[in-house]
Design a protein around this ligand. Structure first.
Ligand SMILES: Cc1cc2nc3c(=O)[nH]c(=O)nc-3n(C[C@H](O)[C@H](O)[C@H](O)COP(=O)(O)O)c2cc1C
Length: 428
């Protein structure tokens, strides 16, 4: 059972409540810890699908894949159709992010149940879980959990003796960052090259094989069983009114204790760094952090008290929560070097379909490197921002629209470092 706020020194746990506490390969262990109670409740009490959508809407659950879109709303916006699909996004390609893996490996039945409940709510008979290919143990554990659930009557035809039928297929990704984008992921499941689609139409209208499709992140779906079992009001007792629940944060970089924690939404960045992360390594000064991965933003030491929910980082620091990763920088960290690595990542991962991103990501790397060795650094840095802005406005998918965030935030907080740094970065 979720531990909740029993111990103020401990983090609040919902999705990771059983991780490390049960044998993830045992259905009996999962059931003893509460797995499939939400599903049993829905079937036994004949709760209609719309009531499940309503409960999730009332809970205020927002997508943990990065954008924070309200999950109940996404489910409600799905177009009617005889055939609908549910897709669980377990591609987890964001640098510094490994939260979904903890769920896939530590409590796969929680995710299977979340997928069944989501499938029930939206009227899907089939679900796909798209797992990044490098996650071999995640693939093994999810495959085993799905087989166990099917053998126990939680999946397949006539689930728990009802008229509801649902099954889950595991799909293996091939390691492209862009395939984490929901439309590229759909193309990939269809057996095509993972090129993002132009939106609209959104997957809720035209998704997998042309049918209405809901794509949700692993952490999002893993919250659903507890919401169904314990109710929206219970879920809202965690987090903030606009961002209820918990979040898995990844604490990385120059901290004493790197790792993953689940804590309430709205936990201050300072608490994440100093209490959960054990503080900056070696007692050094906190210089800032890159929050939300490569597609995230830099914050400075002035923002260490920002509340980590979906809205406050944006409002107070021009940052985003994104995947929940927090890469801590100590006083000696080089922001230009880190930005160089981020831009190189985008260049490498651009799928090449649209020109602004294909040409732009390569140019960004070139301009930054030139800026750091040129006589007129300021002009080149302005050019970098202008190009990233043009990419934001013209790229086909959010990959090409993202570099503006780390670039603009790095220059907002650390421009002097870019103007004065003597060390050439990357492979100049
Ligand atoms: C380049 C790119 C990579 C993405 N990678 C992931 C990912 O690895 N996992 C994920 O859940 N969402 C990822 N997303 C976001 C998805 O497109 C989508 O918004 C998300 O799966 C929706 O789930 P949610 O509403 O539960 O958050 C990515 C988006 C982009 C543009």
């Amino acid at each position: 059972m979720p531990r909740g706020k029993t111990d103020p020194k401990d983090s609040a746990r919902i999705v990771l409540a059983n991780c490390g506490a049960i044998d993830p390969e045992s259905l009996d262990a999962a059931v003893a810890a509460g797995a499939y109670e939400g599903l049993r409740k829905v079937i036994a009490e004949r709760i209609p699908p719309q009531a499940v959508v309503d409960e999730v809407t009332r809970s205020g659950l927002r997508g943990r894949g990065g954008a924070g879109f309200p999950t109940g709303k996404k489910w409600s916006l799905t177009a009617p159709g005889a055939v609908k699909y549910l897709v669980c996004n377990a591609d987890e390609g964001e640098p510094g992010t490994f939260k979904d893996r903890l769920i896939l490996e530590g409590d796969p039945h929680e995710l299977v149940e979340g997928m069944i409940l989501a499938g029930y709510a939206i009227g899907a008979r089939e679900g796909f879980v798209y797992i990044r290919g490098e996650y071999t143990r995640s693939i093994e554990r999810m495959t085993r959990a799905i087989d166990q659930a099917r053998a126990a009557g939680f999946l397949g035809e006539r689930i728990l003796g009802s008229d509801f039928a649902f099954d889950v297929v595991v799909k293996r990704g091939a390691g492209a960052y862009v395939c984490g984008d929901e439309t590229a992921l759909i193309e990939s499941i269809e057996g095509k090259r993972g090129f993002p689609r132009l939106k609209p139409p959104y997957p809720g209208q035209v998704g997998l094989w042309g049918h209405p499709t809901v794509v949700n992140n692993v952490e999002t779906l893993a919250n659903v069983p507890a919401i169904v079992r314990r109710g929206a009001a219970w879920f809202r007792s965690f987090g903030t009114p606009a961002s209820p629940g918990t979040k898995v944060f990844l604490i990385l970089g120059d901290v004493e204790r790197p790792g993953a924690i689940e804590a309430e939404m709205g936990t201050p960045l300072r608490t994440i760094v100093e209490e959960y992360g054990g503080g900056v390594r070696g007692g050094r000064r906190f210089k800032g952090a890159l929050i939300g991965g490569a597609a995230g933003a830099f914050v400075s030491e002035k923002q260490i008290d920002v509340a980590m929910d979906f809205d406050t980082p944006k409002a107070q620091a021009g940052a985003v929560l994104g995947s929940g990763s927090v890469l801590v920088l100590d006083e000696d960290a080089s922001v230009p070097k880190l930005l160089d690595e981020v831009l190189e990542f985008f260049e490498h991962e651009s799928c090449g379909q649209c020109t602004p991103c294909r040409a732009g990501t390569a140019q960004l790397v070139r301009i930054l490197r030139r800026a750091l060795t040129s006589e007129r650094r300021g002009e080149d840095l302005d050019r970098l921002v202008a190009l990233a802005q043009a990419m934001r406005d013209t790229s086909l998918c959010p990959l090409g629209q993202s570099p503006i965030l780390p670039i603009e935030s790095a220059l907002r907080h650390f421009r002097d470092e870019f103007l004065t740094c003597a060390v050439p970065v990357g492979r100049l």
